[in-house]
Ligand binder design. Structure first.
Ligand SMILES: [Zn+2]
Length: 334
């Protein structure tokens, strides 16, 4: 499988949205589309997405008429693109409006995408993630980083331009690169993987090692540094796996696997509360007795672990997950 296909299997990656980049400069076309009855607007409020349903969630999509009471729709709606025959925009409702959730009927509520992702279809999840990420960028860039003057949205919401005549600096949406890596090694013909946990995570939750890429650093150097900082393990070979947009609030996760060149763990920088080497058998056993939890199945962390686990002889990781932790996306069946 090539990298494009592998990344396409990650949750929050859309396989069907055309971003319509050539339409972005056409302000008149954009105004008409916002007002078009067929257009659908993805609302975001306090970084949350509007959803309806219980076990299987669906996004609630609005029209311009639904949003007439809110100021600045035309000025600040962001063109997301087209999916099938529908054009989509994102719009952030003012955080100070307390009554926003009351307006959209029974059964619908603004919810945290990171938590409810597993209950959504993958294309819906991707559209909501895109809306959440781009509206977050607008909120954080209301002022010019060069001169401090207010900025305003332009290019269908894909740039912000400084309003100071002497500056006019154009600001582009940013995404923060973060690496995540599953480190493995072989001992007595048995493979082990390195999992760690942060103290704030739910009890028993362990995951791959992750951290932000620093300025002046290659992705591979970030992998080596993060693993060393957090566990004191020396990393040998590094292999790229796939990437995943992670708008919580503004990252792209760059997934790697790596081979360890040492085995003794020291929790060096205090970020992890525990880290250990796990064989596939130990993972199965710890999942069964409840002492280990793995990352949510919408995360690339889960996919790195799953791809490694499933190449062994213990079957599929998905079949060893305890029941009662909610329905999940079956990546392999997509
Ligand atoms: Zn400026």
């Amino acid at each position: 499988m090539d990298h494009f296909s592998r990344s396409s299997l990650n949750f929050f990656v859309s396989r069907s949205v055309d971003r319509m980049t050539t339409r972005r400069p056409d302000a008149e076309w954009i105004r008409e589309r916002i007002r078009d009855r067929r257009t659908r607007i993805v609302p975001v409020w306090r970084s949350r997405n509007l959803l309806t349903g219980e076990d299987a969630l669906k996004p609630v999509l609005l029209s311009a008429a639904d949003l007439e009471d809110y100021p600045g729709l035309e000025r600040s709606a962001v063109l997301l693109g087209q999916r099938e025959d529908t054009v989509y925009f994102a719009f952030e409702l003012p955080a100070e409006f307390e009554d926003v959730p009351l307006r959209y009927g029974r059964g619908a509520d603004f919810r945290e995408l990171r938590e409810v992702g597993p209950l959504l279809g993958s294309e819906d999840g991707a559209l909501l993630a895109y809306a959440r990420g781009i509206t977050h960028w607008h909120r954080r860039n209301r002022f010019c980083g060069d001169c401090g003057s207010p900025t305003q949205s332009d290019d269908g919401g894909h740039t912000r331009v400084c309003t100071n005549e002497l500056c006019q600096r154009k600001h582009f949406p940013r995404t923060d690169p973060a690496i995540i890596v599953l480190v493995t090694r072989t001992e007595d013909d048995e493979q082990l993987c390195l999992l760690g946990r942060q103290p704030t995570w739910p009890e028993g939750m362990h995951s791959a090692i992750a951290g932000f890429v620093e300025p002046g650093e290659s992705l591979e150097q970030a992998v080596v540094r993060e693993v060393r900082e957090e566990t004191d393990i020396t990393v040998g070979r590094v292999h790229y796996h796939s990437s995943q947009p992670w708008p919580f609030p503004s990252s792209i996760m760059l997934g790697f696997t790596a081979e360890a060149a040492s085995s003794a763990i020291t929790l060096s920088d205090g970020e992890l509360q525990h880290a250990g080497w796990y064989t596939r058998g130990e993972i199965m056993q710890s999942l069964a007795n409840g002492s280990l939890r793995v990352p949510r199945r919408v995360s690339i962390a889960y996919r790195l672990l799953e791809d490694w686990f499933d190449t062994g002889s213990q079957g599929r990781l998905a079949d060893h997950l305890p029941p009662g932790i909610g329905p999940h996306i079956k990546y392999r069946d997509r």
